[in-house]
Structures are given as structure tokens and as C-alpha cells.
Design a protein around this ligand. Structure first.
Ligand SMILES: Cc1cc2nc3c(=O)[nH]c(=O)nc-3n(C[C@H](O)[C@H](O)[C@H](O)COP(=O)(O)OP(=O)(O)OC[C@H]3O[C@@H](n4cnc5c(N)ncnc54)[C@H](O)[C@@H]3O)c2cc1C
Length: 326
């Protein structure tokens, strides 16, 4: 008798599992059950609609280090299927990819629809069945099989793959804990910093190419582009910090002090020399005028204002402005 695999979830992982299970086991009946009326919704919005499909890294060790948690699990998984396999898998199905300067890889079409089309085409070609509006509420053992219960009916399966994505609340995983699985409490990751009432938000739109952001009292720090928004701070440096610090910041209930070094590539003696030189040649100029440090003008004005020197001229202010000794 034909065996049946039911894949729960019509997202990227469910599709990838289903089409490959059927390709490698043509005798298997494969059904994807999706609780909504839409499939691959997150793929559609991924990478700003372009889908950052994979990364150019071809070293498993280096790539696994980029993951904030679960390095060992990720490493094992990569030994089975790595970035190079992803490129080959999609390439052999007509999806050409290109790498950007930071190593991220996108379909050459710059459209996530290319990835969706490929997965749907593969599903049809492999004869994978797709059932919409099937919300699995419970899984129970029924003899040697599994019984999946939806609100209106049930389905028996010999094998079940759970590819339901994440939920913000641990309680949403109740149907899985009932099976005896343990669930790591979910916490937000990849978030921006919300800083209500902080004066820095007046600089919304200002960005710095490479700022260093530290969380006071922890070892967390990241360097990269930083963007000031109307609610606080965003950009790769902040997003990466939120991913690496997801659990710690949750423990702190998101109340922490972020320390920003706007010029992390300039060692203090060099900074001191630059300010001193500028001060000597611009003694009569206002401190909040132009700066010779490459900082955006609005940020510079803000920093001088915070230092209480916005209306001063260079000569009487000196190095104290930069927190340096005169
Ligand atoms: C804005 C944004 C941009 C992103 N950009 C990228 C990117 O560029 N590159 C990248 O690699 N990743 C990106 N990601 C992450 C990536 O989209 C996700 O990691 C990935 O799509 C998750 O796929 P999944 O199949 O595990 O889960 P999901 O996409 O969440 O799919 C799970 C599916 O299961 C269904 N489901 C849940 N419970 C049940 C149930 N009980 N019964 C039946 N069905 C159920 C859900 O309705 C859903 O359709 C981005 C994410 C977001 C939000």
C-alpha cells in the first residue's frame, strides 16, 4: 500500500521538504496541508521582495558561526545541504542567482516571485498535493499511523513533517507539546530599537556607514551601518545586535543602554590629533559648523548641542567636546 507523508505548512520549508521527499521517493504520496488560503507568503516579502536566497560563503565552519544560536545543529545540517547545494538546486531548475558585494545572493530577476514560481512548478511536476485551509489542531497516534485533526475532518499519515514556522507565543505550540516535544520559549529577534522620547530621534533619516553599538554591561557589540529613525535606531548593526542578544535583551525586558561609537575606525589618538588640528585652524569658527571627522552634519550639530557647545567657538571649547582631555 502507498505510504503517505503529510507536510504541515505551505511555507518555504514545507515546500522544500515536500518536493524533495516526493522526488527522492516517487512511490510516496505527499500532501502539504496549509491552514490559510495562501502559500509561500513569507517568501514573497523576503529580502524586500527580492528574496535573499542564500549566501556566497562556501565554508561550513564560517557560515555556521554567523548563526546566533544552534551553531552545532546548523553545522550538521549544512553538511547535508549547504549554500552550494542551494545554488545548484535552484540553478538546475532554471533559477540563476547573483551575489551582491556583501555576499548575499538573490535571483537575477531580483524578484521573490521567481523562487515561488520555481517551488510551485516543482510541486506540480512532482505530483505533490496541496490542501488549503487545513489547520492542524491535534496530532494523535492511530495504530502505526498518525491522525491529523482539522476543525472539520481528519487525515491519516504514515509520516508527518512539521514545517509550521514560528509563533510569537509559546502557547501556540500546544498541539506539539501535547505530543511530548519540548519548545524553546520564543523571543523576538531582528528588531529595531524603540527609544520613545529620546532626543536622537530628531535626527531621523541620518545614517552612518560604520558605527559601533554596544549594550552597556554586556559583551554585546556590533559594527555596521546605523540608521536613526523616528522611533529610535535601525540598520544592520542594530538588527544583528538584536539577533545575537535576543535572549539577553528579553531577560532585560528590553530596558538597556545602547552605547554608540560613531567613529569606531578612528583610534582615540588620531581623533584627538584631528580635533586639535581643526581647532587650531578654525579657532574663530562655530563648533557646530562643519566637522572634519566625516560625520553627517546633522549628527555633528546634535553632538555639539548635547555637549553644550553648539554656540561656542572652537578656541575656548577644545578637546573636552569630544570627551577627550584638553
Ligand atoms: C520581512 C521578512 C523578510 C525576510 N527576508 C528573508 C530573506 O531575504 N532571506 C531568507 O532566507 N529569509 C528571509 N526571511 C525569513 C524567511 O522568510 C523565513 O525564515 C521562512 O520563510 C520561514 O519559512 P517556514 O516554511 O519555516 O515558515 P512559514 O513561512 O512561516 O510557513 C509556515 C506555514 O505553516 C502554516 N501553518 C502554521 N501552523 C499550521 C497548522 N497548525 N496547520 C497547517 N498549517 C500551519 C502557516 O500558515 C504558514 O503558511 C524574512 C522574513 C521576513 C518576515
Amino acid at each position: 500500500m502507498q505510504k503517505r507523508l503529510v507536510v504541515i505548512g505551505g511555507g518555504a520549508s514545507g515546500f522544500f521538504c515536500a518536493v524533495n521527499a516526493r522526488r527522492l521517493n516517487p512511490g510516496l504520496e505527499v500532501i502539504i496541508v496549509e491552514k490559510t488560503s495562501k502559500i509561500l507568503s513569507k517568501v514573497r516579502i523576503s529580502g524586500g521582495g527580492r528574496c535573499n536566497l542564500t549566501h556566497q560563503h562556501s565554508e561550513i565552519y564560517l557560515m555556521s558561526k554567523k548563526y546566533p544560536r544552534g551553531t552545532n545543529l546548523v553545522k550538521k545540517t549544512f553538511h547535508n545541504f549547504f549554500t552550494t547545494d542551494t545554488i545548484e538546486w535552484f540553478g538546475s531548475r532554471g533559477v540563476a542567482v547573483k551575489a551582491e558585494s556583501d555576499g548575499r545572493m538573490f535571483p537575477v530577476t531580483d524578484s521573490s516571485e521567481t523562487i515561488i514560481d520555481c517551488l510551485v512548478r516543482e510541486m506540480n511536476m512532482q505530483g505533490v498535493k496541496l490542501w488549503y485551509n487545513k489547520d492542524v489542531r491535534q496530532i494523535t497516534k492511530e495504530g502505526p499511523q498518525w491522525k491529523l485533526s482539522f476543525p472539520d475532518e481528519s487525515l491519516l499519515a504514515d509520516y508527518v513533517c512539521i514545517a509550521c514556522g514560528g509563533f510569537p507565543k509559546a502557547s501556540s505550540f500546544g498541539w506539539l507539546t501535547a505530543l511530548g516535544h519540548s519548545i524553546e520559549p520564543p523571543v523576538p529577534s531582528l528588531f529595531t530599537f524603540n527609544m520613545p522620547g529620546n532626543a536622537i530621534t530628531s535626527l531621523m533619516g541620518v545614517s552612518v556607514e560604520a558605527a559601533q553599538v554596544k549594550i552597556a554591561g554586556t559583551k554585546l557589540q556590533e559594527t555596521g551601518p546605523l540608521l536613526i529613525t523616528h522611533w529610535g535606531m535601525s540598520g544592520p548593526a542594530v538588527l544583528r545586535l538584536s539577533a545575537w542578544g535576543a535572549r539577553l535583551l528579553a531577560e532585560k525586558e528590553y530596558r538597556f543602554t545602547a552605547l554608540v561609537n560613531w567613529l569606531p575606525d578612528t583610534p582615540e589618538p588620531v581623533l584627538r590629533e584631528k580635533v586639535q588640528g581643526f581647532r587650531e585652524t578654525n579657532a574663530a569658527a562655530r563648533v557646530n559648523g562643519r566637522n572634519n571627522l566625516g560625520l553627517p552634519q546633522r549628527l555633528w550639530e546634535y553632538l555639539t548641542q548635547q555637549a553644550g557647545a553648539s554656540n561656542s567657538r572652537w578656541r575656548p571649547v577644545g578637546l573636552g567636546l569630544m570627551g577627550l582631555q584638553d
